[in-house]
Design a protein around this ligand. Sequence first.
Ligand code: FAD
Length: 292
Amino acid sequence: MKIIDLLTQEKLSLSFEVFPPKTETSFESVKTATEEIAKLHPAFMSVTYGAGGGTSKYTLDIAKNIKELYDVPTLAHLTCVSSSKEMVQQKIAEIQAAGIKNVMALRGDIPAGLEDADRSHWDYQHAIELIRELKEADADFCIGGACYPEIHPESINQKEDIKRLKEKVDAGCDFLTTQMFFDNNLFYNFLYKIREAGITVPVIPGIMPITNASQVKRSIELSGSFMPQRFKSLVDKFGSDPAAMKQAGIAYATDQIIDLYANNIMNVHVYSMNKPDVAEKIQSNLSDILGK
Ligand code: FAD
């Protein structure tokens, strides 16, 4: 099932993100966690690919398992910046052979230490090149792209970032998913600007439930997201009490989702990572709204 055909316009729908195991030893525990999330029957689940510019052996195994056992549509992430053309072509063929229809086409982060290196000889510079290859694959993929309400950290300004985003969408993105944000006004403002720039594809906001204080630091470092004072106060108050912090973080994310829905945003992607209890709690908090 293609994600573009699942994006409901009538009522709220949630999708969840998981990440694959890094090693074979953790494969079974990650598989179990992702299955628990799949049992919640989200609109779809996305499975990330590597991190910090790395690749991943297990993205497809996890995505295929969820799709086949629980009939949940899956979105397989794929990055290109650390890969050769041959590797990417092989991955595309594997995705196609696994019957996965949806690909999140990403550049990936520049591997640590290579930020200032001469990258002109690399096979890939930007996600747009991967998107073009996916379009040429003759597989009728539904293609997602990443976008940044608070600007991608490498962009010189938002105007330039949106110009590049428009080129990426025109190359073949069917929908966009945002980087996490903790202030919905940043998202509304971004949406207004990209619509003005002629980007018309659906944009799925990504919401990250922060469930422990150390995650705050890591998430902010990775995403560069702005922390509203309301959220900072919550971390100050509950950060040293893990159970209370988790409850408060889930409540904050739930509140963000309700506000998005109240502003007619129907599809929300939850960065649930591999935490079935967090995904379940968000869903149960919204049960009457979701009709689940
Ligand atoms: P691009 O679209 O290539 O953009 C990167 C930068 O280059 C931007 O500043 C952009 O404005 C600029 N740019 C784009 N095109 C051009 C061009 N033609 N010429 C000049 N400049 C250009 N990382 C992972 O490793 N694995 C994952 O699974 C993963 N999933 C993600 C999911 C989402 C929803 C998001 C938001 C991010 C995800 N990331 C993931 C992180 C992502 O890989 C990084 O943010 C990366 O630095 C940029 O990837 P991109 O696809 O947005 O790149």
